[in-house]
Design a protein. Structure first.
Length: 466
């Protein structure tokens, strides 16, 4: 028999879940949506477990159905609501989700796991084993326990060898995560790669898990990052809930501007914690790490760029009009500010030209870019365009080396457009004074807006981001 199933649900005993989430209502809406099998969720919660025992009866093959009172087209199930019983009933599969937080190998582990059991008897055994180990099952339908995930799996299989255990949350393969080599698609991560944790520590990948997923993805869109991130509903975000401030009528946030006028200091009560994507709301604040460890980068080596002639302490682009540059480019505040301008307003034709585009009123920025190109690259020749009907100024510099340099460091791939810009990982570890200059140039150009996921994900980790 073919089933349409929803195997990840929660009861009214889980936080942020409607009190109307009863078995009868779940069955009624499952029938409306054409769903044959529903997960019960939360079988570890003692009150919900009593409901499961009282309102469900075995239907065979590890499935359960609601106990029926009476007969007829609109039959009243135990609980509330009416269901059409002339067709196949809605079946239930006993399930729960457990958040396991524990220490192992000197690291804190946070793992959400789904458990499916074929019988109420085995569920009861499992719950008793968790209580023996000090688990507080009444606190929430999605309990947090201090038991390692592998031990939980062992307990479950000891209670019933047919128990099914599934890691609960994941990212789709195209989503990006931060690594020592820059941003990578999670589908490209390999064992041995160094990825950054929420505490800004690079840790080695020891194992990779894959699973098939059918269901809703949550699209979490932070302010100034409209592209956002897509995750499964259980994927945790390090975040906190906010309250409205009586002083201002707006959200009470721990920002410098708000602290000056806030009298109630509600933000002092906020606690950052792991919140599943399905429980996030508009106005919640996401927390993320900023790179505090600095790695001195005194020089950028131009000789590593492809297609250049290297001799003595210089590199040449070749050709009758080729220009000579030093092999080592000094890391300075001017260089970093120029990079910021390029990330915001720069472009290249991919061959022999780079340029910057500003509004016609931003003459100070135009002059600054021209000065920086001279100071950083010793490149004073440029062209300025003012097109008819467009209130903009374009500055163009012609050099194959400049094109190779900006393509090599500040794009993830071709075509070289705003959507493929990036900031390299080594720039995120520069000292504060250098990072401040990158952000200064970027902010002057785009004021914190970008269409590039790579660029925004990098900029938000800067220690000078506010």
């Amino acid at each position: 028999m073919k089933f349409v199933a929803d195997l990840h649900l929660h009861s009214k005993y889980s936080r942020a879940v409607s009190q109307n989430m009863t078995l009868a209502n779940m069955a009624q809406w499952g029938k409306i949506k054409g769903i044959n099998v529903l997960a019960t969720g939360d079988f570890t919660h003692p009150f919900w477990f009593e409901v499961l025992k009282n309102e469900l009866e075995p239907a065979g093959n590890g499935l359960y159905k609601l106990r029926i009172k009476g007969e007829g087209l609109r039959t009243n199930y135990v609980g509330s609501g009416f269901i059409d019983t002339k067709k196949e009933p809605v079946y239930f599969l006993l399930s729960c989700e457990i958040s396991s937080i524990y220490s192992a190998g000197g690291k804190t582990r946070r793992i959400h796991t789904l458990f499916f059991f074929p019988s109420l008897d085995s569920v009861e055994k499992f719950n008793k084993e968790l209580l023996k180990r000090g688990s507080n099952l009444r606190a929430d339908g999605r309990p947090i326990v201090g038991i390692p995930s592998d031990m939980l799996a062992e307990i479950a299989l000891t209670c019933d060898e047919k128990a099914l255990i599934i890691p609960a949350h994941c990212l789709p393969p195209d989503e990006l995560i931060h690594t020592r080599e820059g941003l990578k698609r999670i589908g490209e991560i390999k064992v041995g790669d160094l990825v950054y944790t929420h505490k800004n520590r690079a840790r080695q990948v020891t194992e990779i898990f894959k699973r098939k997923f059918e269901g809703n993805l949550y699209h979490v869109k932070p302010w100034y990052f409209s592209l956002g991130t897509k995750v499964t509903g259980e994927h945790p975000f390090y975040a906190f809930k906010t309250s409205y401030c009586p002083s201002t009528g707006d959200r009470c946030l721990p920002t410098l501007a708000h602290k000056r006028v806030c009298k109630h200091k509600l933000y002092e009560r906020y606690k950052t914690g792991w919140i599943p994507a399905e429980m996030l709301e508009v106005g919640d604040i996401l927390a993320f790490p900023r790179f505090k460890n600095t790695t001195p980068v005194p020089f950028i080596f131009l000789e590593s760029l492809p297609g250049l002639k290297v001799g003595n302490d210089q590199v040449e682009t070749g050709g009758s009009r080729g220009k000579t540059f030093p092999k080592e480019l000094l890391m300075t505040k001017e260089f970093c500010r120029l990079v910021g301008y390029y990330l915001a307003e720069g472009y290249t034709n991919g061959r022999d030209e780079i340029g910057f585009t500003f509004h016609e009123k931003e003459t100070d920025y135009v002059d600054d870019v021209i000065k920086l190109m001279t100071v950083v690259f010793g490149f004073s020749h440029h062209r300025i365009y003012k097109r008819n009907g467009i209130k903009g100024i374009e500055i163009s510099f012609y050099s194959k080396l400049l094109v190779k340099f900006f393509i090599s460091h500040f794009y993830i791939k071709s075509p070289y457009r705003a959507t493929t810009k990036t900031v390299p990982d080594w720039m995120l570890h520069l000292s504060e004074e250098f990072q401040a200059e990158i952000l200064k140039g970027w902010w002057r150009g785009d004021q914190g807006y970008t269409t590039s996921r790579h660029l925004m994900s990098g900029m938000k980790l800067s220690r000078e981001s506010y």
